[in-house]
Design a protein around this ligand. Sequence first.
Ligand code: CA
Length: 232
Amino acid sequence: MADILVVEDEADIANLVRLHLEMLGHRVLCCDTLAYGRRALESREWALLVLDLSLPDGDGLGFCRALRDADAALPILMLTARSSEHDRVRGLETGADDYLAKPFGVLELQARVRALLRRASLLEPSAPVGPLEVPPLRLDPARRAATRDGEALELTATEFDLLAFLARQPGVVFSRQQLLSEVWGYHHEGYEHTVNSHINRLRAKIERDPSHPRLIRTVWGVGYTLDVSEAA
Ligand code: CA
């Protein structure tokens, strides 16, 4: 059971989200403004934030960015009524872990929430895994901690899982669909931007020069690989 905060001003959608997350056994608080959401975030710990993109007192994008700067760990699922690809990508680039475009199916909502909570959970009963040494990177899955040249990297849970997945098989090229399925846990077509945006954010954090990435390489037409052949 997790505590989930929903910031959404459309009552029908907020109620739908609440109902279907409560069905999974979670506790849900709905807020209909950013101001109310901000107070709720300050008042206690949350396992997940479901955030609408447009709210009566402001834009979910700016809210998401500020929140991500203050707290790298809170998983964020963005709801967007905007159907343009540009807006979806912007949502991801402000730090959301995943997004759902309205109208969405409740089963898809439940699946996304389940996957985000599973990824974020430090208590996940998985096989014990030792640290991954991929110089200059070092990842400790048990602590979800990562360093580059001994310096701590501030990664979100999703960023960590994506990097750890690549680091387990350095040099292997994975398609965006494979990464979606392995890291996000779903197979939907059309969500490849989710992968691209997270790769961009990871590069900004781990590469010496993110505009000329040496660690996470793009293999055109195929996907991405963690290249450690000439650690830069
Ligand atoms: Ca709205």
